[in-house]
Design a protein around this ligand. Structure first.
Ligand SMILES: Cc1ncc(COP(=O)(O)O)c(C=O)c1O
Length: 397
């Protein structure tokens, strides 16, 4: 066992299932690459779980962090903050005119904020409908929102008022709406649930139901937002603007941040004392996020992410055609993609890709998830897909 594996097994609570002798200890990153403590280089198709949208250690992010850290690191939210105010402005103007932001430190926290806002919005309305196979975080409210019993069972009793409908089945959502419903909350693309993309009729139909019934539509874009689909927000791929959108992961360029953006007239529901976060909107994190937003907003950047998404899709569809014994189906949009396998080979493919110098992710036994940085070059993308193809070929022998 290496030094860090030994320290981890002795001192860190084992919630992540790292494997001694196999899981790398990453010590450095640059662009689309990361290096482990033995100097081995990996092409990163996981991006720190959809976080490194502008790659590892993007110079604009590093520069913004260094500059802000040398000036002022933390103030608390008792004071005005310049980076926080500027970040809120860019988030609102690029998302929904008239909206306002609440800052926290993670996806789960901003989903909590959204749940609290929805519950406070109208007296007597406290129920939230979410989707089966969804993922919204690990706090008590967000595991309750998460429609997967494996995350809930050991921690029961859960919060009151949550019910679950089937993703892409509009009728199943409509059937659960009653006079106590406060909100419907979905991921426009379910990430942890295996990369399931909302269908147009479904997501636009949810918008109609929510407007008609006067309930909030909340989109959790923690994983699928921040340019991953080739648009800043995934919901821009459809004609369905939410009342609340939650974002985290990619926003901070690797530093912890979450933002809940609420549309008018829901911007004044939460009042002083209703909600807070000591670190939320911290100057250093917001400076990093401003740098990320400016990279994403540069001319042609999001369109190029979309083009690279087409490259992945074409290649994975080629694999399905060439290796039908292994690969059965592609799901995704832009640079959030999954390859569905016919056999329970996901863990084996994940292991062999790691050995081959490619970081990917296995969801369950039969799904491979790819989340490369949006800054990846087409050559790097092709190199990674070549490693994945060679692993599949060897497995076929
Ligand atoms: C869609 C979605 N929502 C919420 C979360 C929770 O985010 P965090 O781990 O930052 O609390 C995740 C994390 O994977 C996610 O994918």
């Amino acid at each position: 066992m290496g030094k860090y594996e030994e320290l981890e097994s002795k001192y860190i609570i084992n919630t992540y299932n790292r494997q001694p002798g196999f899981t790398p200890c990453l010590v450095r990153g640059e662009g689309s690459y990361a290096w482990d403590d033995h100097g081995k280089k990996y092409l990163d198709f996981l991006s720190g779980l959809a976080v490194n949208v502008v790659g590892h250690c993007h110079p604009a992010v590093v520069g913004a962090i260094s500059k802000q850290a040398a000036m002022l690191i933390h103030t608390s939210n008792l004071y005005y903050g310049a980076p926080q105010a500027e970040l809120a402005e860019i988030l609102v103007t690029k998302t929904m005119e008239g909206g306002k932001v609440f800052f926290a430190n993670s996806g789960a926290e901003v989903n909590e904020a959204a749940i609290k806002l929805a519950r406070k919005n109208k007296k007597g309305r406290y129920k939230i409908i979410t989707a089966h196979q969804s993922f919204h975080g690990r706090t008590m409210a967000t595991i309750t929102a998460t429609g997967q019993s494996k995350y809930q069972e050991p921690f029961k009793p859960l919060l009151d008022g949550f019910s679950y409908a089937s993703f892409n089945d509009l009728d199943s959502f409509e059937a659960l709406v009653d006079e106590q419903t406060a909100a419907i909350m979905i991921e426009p693309i379910q990430g942890e649930g295996g990369v399931h993309v909302a269908e147009k009729d479904f997501i636009e139909g949810l918008r109609e139901i929510c407007s008609r019934e006067n309930i909030l539509l909340i989109f959790d874009e923690v994983q699928c937002g921040m340019g991953r689909t080739g648009k800043l927000w995934a919901f821009e791929n459809w004609n369905a603007v939410p009342d609340i959108v939650t974002v985290a992961k990619g926003l901070g360029g690797g530093l912890p941040i979450g933002a809940m953006i609420a549309a008018e007239p829901y911007t004044e529901i939460l009042q002083p004392g209703d909600h807070a976060s000591t670190f939320g909107g911290n100057p250093v994190v917001c400076s990093a996020a401003l740098a990320v937003m400016r990279v994403l907003m540069a001319d042609g950047f999001l369109a190029s992410a979309k083009d690279k998404g087409v490259l992945i899709k074409n290649e994975l569809e080629r694999f399905i055609h060439l290796y039908p014994e292994v690969a059965s189906n592609f799901r995704g949009l832009g640079l959030i993609c999954a390859l569905e396998l016919k056999q329970p080979l996901a863990k084996k493919i994940h292991e062999r890709c790691t050995v081959g110098g490619l970081l990917i992710n296995a969801i369950g036994d039969t799904t491979i998830r790819l989340l490369p940085p949006l800054t990846i070059s087409e050559e790097e993308l092709q190199d990674g897909l070549n490693i994945l193809e060679s692993v599949i070929k060897v497995l076929l022998k």
